[in-house]
Design a protein. Sequence first.
Length: 570
Amino acid sequence: SQGHKLKVDGHSMIGAATGRRKARIALDVGEEPVHFKNPHLPHTRSEMALPLIAGDEVIGALTVQSTEEAAFTDDDVTVLQAVADQLAIAIHNARLHLQNQRLLAQAERNARLLAAAAQVGQEVTSILDLDELLHKTVDIICDAYGFYYAGVFLIDETGEWAVLRAGRGEAGAAMVSQGHKLKVGGLSMIGTAISQRKARIALDVGEEPVHFKNPHLPHTRSEMALPLIAGNEVIGALTVQSVEEAAFSEEDINALQSMADQLAVAISNAQLLKELEAAHEQLVQAKTFEVIATATGEAIHWVGNKAAPIPGSVARISEDFVRYMALARVLIDEAPPELREHEFAQILTEAAEEIASRGSFLEDALAELKTHPLKRLRKMLSVESIFEDLEIIEGSARAILNIKEDLIGPARKRKAELVDLKDLLKETIASMGIPDDVARTLFSDDLPPVRADRTQLNRVFVNLIKNGIEAMADVENPRLFVWARRADDPGFVVVDVTDSGCGIPPDQLDQIWMAFYTTKGDRGGTGLGLPACAQIVGQLGGKINVESDVGVGTTFSVLLPVAKEEQEEG
């Protein structure tokens, strides 16, 4: 327990035996010039030291001591030398076994490190969501190495603080939620590693002058902070902590630095992708508003055409109303007194007087009516024509209101969420009140969700299904088929909307995507529905294809990317 040791070839029996590679015998230790007088063995009178030789290597010595002088015979020497030789072989073999065990353990650990490094390399190149990437990395490091804690810090926009973005376990989650951050260049391993652009290793944190004593991690005994460098820029740092002192071997440091380098590149790529997506969304909105601005002239012209019938219809309805009131006024004036006192008659009288106060409308209308025979009056005063004019006004007003949504809808800020296409399509068809014998659906069992704004995606399918129903208006047995399935490209799903309608002529297939172009003729339509659908789907990273046979029907195929979450699981 005191670590007793004797110098090889020094002033002792053991030193002489090991230094000269042969047995040393003292029949009387008091007369032995190289005897070491051991205070723990005061009664020794004779001693024999036998070298332990394995192969050509002296690995130690065996000492045998007696309380009697001249205690060792030649036979004793022979037997003990044989024992020493066997002991030397046994010790040598034990050392080889221990060495082999250590080498095997180190090989296994190195294999785990290589596997972890490979896994990190594979994961970081396939994960483009920054938060998922960081949490996955700290979990892999702790699981593969058995470390107490790992965390990833990223430098904030000011460049003054390193903010914890992902940490292992409950401690890490708590610190992330609290916005834990360390000053760049401050009194911490992370701050120092970032400012100095090199790894900082504390084999004993108690002796480390820049160690930050974290109350969430009380058991940390050694720590390593590795800077995350992408190109020439330090973007953050990786901290790895252990409950053991001197826990990091040279292999650990090299493997973790390699991981840190890969992680830095992956983080930089994920941040770049996020910036590109934000820039793309801004560009899409800008382009959308540019298209709206370009279409404004056409929209004004279109609205003018739709509004043109309204004044005429209003004038005819007003004229017919005044004529009916003129007739009512005559009948009330010639009615018996008791009838004129009826409350309904009084209401008509008051209405006629109000019209009369606005001008000579009633007198002029009555004068005109008196010039015509009854047959002509019946044609002039047609209730059916009044309802026709009301329908014209309603249709024009509705079309003008609809154009607003077709123009502005795609530019609205989107709220992306996971959308189950089967549920969405079933709800859409049900809400449109399409008979079951007309609409038929088919959904594949492995249909994955998509990430989209549910309202806008619903508008796409409402528009396509509505177009299909309208195209079958004159078909004797209309049939609509909606088929949703995985596309040939596993990263996409496709939804076909097929009708048995009149079809679209080949020379019009390219024009249907142009704003204000419509194939519906006098059946109405703004000519903005399909362009809006194409724009919404395009913003999602998909596209719409169309195939049509005149007299047979049309199929619109909506290709949408599978949600990233589903692609990664797959």
